[in-house]
Design a protein around this ligand. Structure first.
Ligand code: ZN
Length: 141
């Protein structure tokens, strides 16, 4: 029986700022791991992207989130970073690059309206999402 499983999911963004629903990809990784009980850790190894969990029923929610972030992290400020993508770096740290979800009976334990989103803030690019599942069930005596 496996104690953990590690993989890297490839994510391709098509716009500068985008929230990509990766729930099905992460769920498939969990199912294929064969681990029934544990914790699924997600990590984004990028400085201008992030991962979050939010509503995946109404697509207007992610559109509003992107608009709200754009209003919080204003473009056009006298940023010093020569690459010109400081707003993307700030959004990455605001949202965060990691998350954890319980795995129960071989599936992700998410709320009814929750989905996992890879957040692109400096696209379009080819990105990675690291997934590690750590088994937590106890050995049977
Ligand atoms: Zn930069």
């Amino acid at each position: 029986m496996r104690y953990n499983a590690y993989g890297i999911l490839q994510v391709a963004s098509s716009r500068e700022a985008q929230m990509i629903d990766v729930t099905a990809d992460v769920s498939a990784f969990v199912r294929n791991s064969g681990i029934s009980d544990g914790i699924c850790h997600l990590f984004v190894p990028h400085t201008t992207a992030a991962v979050t969990i939010n509503e995946n029923a109404d697509p207007d929610v992610v559109a509003d989130m992107l608009m709200g972030l754009e209003n919080i992290v204003r473009p056009g400020l006298p940023y010093r970073h020569a690459e010109g993508n400081s707003p993307a770096h700030i959004k990455s740290s605001l949202i965060g690059v990691s998350g954890s979800i319980f795995v129960n009976d071989g599936g992700l334990v998410l709320g009814t309206w929750q989905g996992i989103y890879f957040c692109e803030f400096d696209g379009p690019r080819r990105r990675s999402l690291s997934v590690k599942i750590v088994r937590t069930e106890h050995e049977r005596a």
